[in-house]
Write a new protein. Structure first.
Length: 258
């Protein structure tokens, strides 16, 4: 078997795996199912292909094509991660469920904020924000800017992301993608609801070979006050998430939080 055939096999397995375990296509009757007419009203039609968009500024078929063309421009150095990200890019129905490979050098001010059996969690700033959609007028990718978060489905803008260790290049845990799958599933389920921390992709420190999940960080809750190791890193991030969500709602209601 040539290495190309082998790669195609891995790709096909990863694709099926992603579809079976992660992709949620909401069916009629599901709480989150949106009919074509609902989508047309909410998101409009794609200016490129005329198909009804699947999310805000998001046409799944056009964006999938764009991402496909860019597959050869990046690699994580790990086939399974590559395919996991690629699949998310092909099947994403909105920017929320789209993952990226993040070069480690875009992260600044990396600071450890938690450590335990679950791994180590860092907080970092990032020079580049995540993808928002496609700008058809200028034919380029649109990325979030600070101001967007206030108007975009009630997002709270924070200047940080979370980096959570996965493992070293040569000794990644056998089931290292399970965590990513759970997070990705949450992202699909939280399209219309507030729920869980959202996975934005993966990164790797080339100096140490350490891979990381890149997650949204919800600021204001003081993560350092949560020292109990019984609490998983999921829970920690969830706590921060809900603290800041409450704070956001307080702000929105015009009240002042001190
Ligand atoms: Zn389109």
């Amino acid at each position: 078997m040539s290495s190309e055939d082998k790669n195609q096999d891995i790709e096909e397995v990863a694709r099926q795996d992603f579809i079976n375990n992660v992709l949620i296509d909401f069916k009629p009757g599901d709480e989150f199912y949106e009919t074509e007419s609902t989508r047309l009203k909410k998101y409009g039609q794609c200016l490129e292909c005329n198909k009804i968009r699947t999310g805000r500024k998001w046409c799944r078929s056009c964006n999938a094509e764009y991402f496909r063309q860019a597959f050869s421009t990046w690699t994580s150095g790990n086939l399974e991660i590559d395919y996991f990200i690629q699949n998310s890019q092909i099947y994403a129905t909105s920017s929320l469920t789209n993952l990226e490979w993040w070069p480690y050098d875009i992260f600044l001010d990396i600071e450890e904020i938690g450590r335990g059996g679950y791994g180590t969690v860092f907080r970092a700033k990032r020079k580049v924000q995540r993808i928002k959609g496609w700008d058809y007028l200028n034919n380029k990718l649109l990325r979030f800017e600070e101001k967007d978060f206030y108007e975009y489905n009630g997002f709270v803008y924070v200047e940080y992301v979370v980096l959570k260790t996965i493992g070293q290049s040569q000794i990644l845990p056998k089931d290292f993608l399970n965590e990513a799958k759970r997070l990705q599933r949450w992202a699909y389920q939280s399209i219309l609801t507030w729920g869980s921390p959202i996975l934005q992709g993966f990164t790797k420190n080339d100096d140490t070979g350490q891979y990381y999940h890149v997650l949204e960080y919800y600021d204001k809750g003081d993560i350092r006050n949560i020292q109990n190791d019984e609490i998983t890193w999921h829970d920690r991030i969830k706590i921060i998430y809900h603290v800041s969500k409450d704070m956001y709602n307080i702000h929105k209601a015009g009240l002042i939080h001190r």
